[in-house]
Design a binder for this molecule. Structure first.
Ligand SMILES: Cc1ncc(COP(=O)(O)O)c(C=O)c1O
Length: 436
């Protein structure tokens, strides 16, 4: 059978696009559009690619912690837990969602450059695995919370490795001029290490870095791993302590467009493994527990979005606009980063890609596009469009702009059945917080 985008999408004899054997036109009919559709089987495959590569490199001394910000909804956490995956959270809301899904709090860690006191209290109270400190003030806050409760909290802190990831400026986070983390060169990271040690209710467990998102180059990961390990050893030696864990972040790039060549997740983990083993051998130390935080790479390819075409407008000497029943509210990534997406007419996926078209959203913003100047099957009203690779940073960035209810998530399960795991919002949902 003909596949498109990945082996999880096939084109049936009648031209309909299927996900894991499920006809997406039937999904659109049953659940309506716009709708996010996720492949359980692809999700589990991604989990396994990461755990297999980590095991190959680090034996049992590793964790794969899914970065919840990419997609946070209850249905995901039992799937992750069953694959032995941990997770990070960056807000009380993400923490609440994971806990409500029954996720083990010890398997969570908490990020953020400005966590509120209420969020820190919530984290300490639930017995979260660790908190990744990102401010001197935060040290004092966690210490005060723990002292009051008479507990100790395991903490790490975020370091800037000074590596500039080759990606969009808004998602590059390893360089010096960045709101996250403490610099090695300017001595801030060593000062933070000493400061944590002065606090008796904090258990200093290790260091964290994250160089950015949607990174294709292997080199950035390898360089960051080396810099972080060297600094890890320096902290241990200068402060005469032993730390357990080095978190090297997420950022593994994925394929959005057919021409994208992000490479595999495994090759990046292998490169980090090689560097870390070599550096550890040089100083006669074991490699500490290595943790990665894949977000986008875990969920992006597992998701697509189905839209219904409402109208087509061919503008002479300009563009052909295909207007769909979603856009900015369910996918703000074009507006944010001019992100590129691939799409097909899902009810005629076998037809030739014969027309340059721009997929326009339904909001009152000219910048509300899903894809600009994309070659795909000539679209007409009532067609179902499938936009690929929307599993990450779509649902989690969705809004009610123009008071459009948020789209549901439909899970295509491994047994071939489908389930609406997040329901479509109603108009009542939209006014539930309006007090007067
Ligand atoms: C600290 C941290 N870890 C992990 C991630 C996940 O990145 P990605 O979704 O690119 O894997 C992010 C994303 O911004 C992050 O800030």
């Amino acid at each position: 059978m003909k596949t498109y985008y990945s082996k999880h999408f096939t084109i049936a004899e009648n031209g309909h696009l299927h996900m894991d054997g499920v006809d997406l036109i039937d999904v659109a009919k049953q659940y309506g559009t716009p709708a996010y559709v996720m492949s359980e089987s692809q999700l589990r495959e991604n989990c396994r690619e990461f755990t297999t590569a980590m095991k190959r490199n680090f034996g049992e001394n590793y964790k794969v912690a899914y970065a919840s910000k990419a997609l946070c909804a209850r249905f995901l956490y039992p799937i992750l837990a069953s694959e032995g995956i941990h997770a990070d959270v960056v807000s009380g809301g993400e923490l609440y969602t994971a806990l409500k899904a029954g996720f083990n709090p010890k398997h969570l860690h908490f990020h953020g450059n400005n966590k509120t006191v209420a969020e820190l209290e919530m984290a300490v109270e639930c017995g979260i695995g660790s908190i990744i400190i990102d401010a001197f003030e935060e040290v004092d806050r966690i210490e005060a919370i723990c002292a009051k409760k008479g507990v100790k909290q395991r903490v790490l802190f975020r370091v800037k490795p000074g590596v500039h990831a080759d990606t969009h400026e808004f998602i590059s986070t390893g360089q010096n001029d960045c709101k996250f983390g403490f610099g090695i060169e300017d001595g801030d990271a060593m000062r933070m290490s000493k400061y944590i040690l002065e606090h008796e209710h904090l258990e200093f467990a290790g260091l964290h870095c994250h160089i950015g998102s949607q990174v294709f180059s292997i080199d950035g990961f390898a360089r960051a791993a080396k810099i972080m390990f060297d600094f890890f050893c320096k902290v241990e030696n200068e402060l005469n302590i032993k730390m357990e864990e080095l978190i090297v972040g997420g950022g593994f790039g994925v394929k959005y467009m057919p021409e994208d060549e992000p490479g595999t997740f495994s090759e990046k983990i292998d490169a980090m493994g090689e560097v870390l083993r070599a550096e550890a051998a040089k100083v006669g130390r074991e490699v500490p527990e290595i943790v990665i935080e894949p977000g986008r790479s875990m969920v992006c390819a597992a998701g697509c979005t189905l839209y219904t075409v409402g109208s087509v407008r061919d503008i002479k000497d300009a563009r052909s606009y295909v207007s769909v029943d979603g856009g900015l509210p369910d996918n703000p990534r074009f507006a944010l980063y001019q992100a590129a997406y691939d799409a097909v007419v899902a009810n005629r996926a076998d037809a030739p890609k014969d027309k340059l078209q721009t997929i326009a959203g339904r909001c009152c913003e000219s910048g509300d596009l899903v894809a600009r100047d994309l070659m795909f099957q000539t679209a007409k009203a009532e067609d179902i469009l499938c936009v690929f690779a929307t599993g990450a940073y779509n649902f989690s960035m969705a809004s009610n702009y123009n008071r459009v209810p948020r789209a549901p998530i439909v899970l295509v399960k491994e047994d071939g059945t489908t389930q609406e795991v997040v329901r479509r919002e109603t108009y009542e949902d939209l006014i539930r917080n309006d007090i007067v």
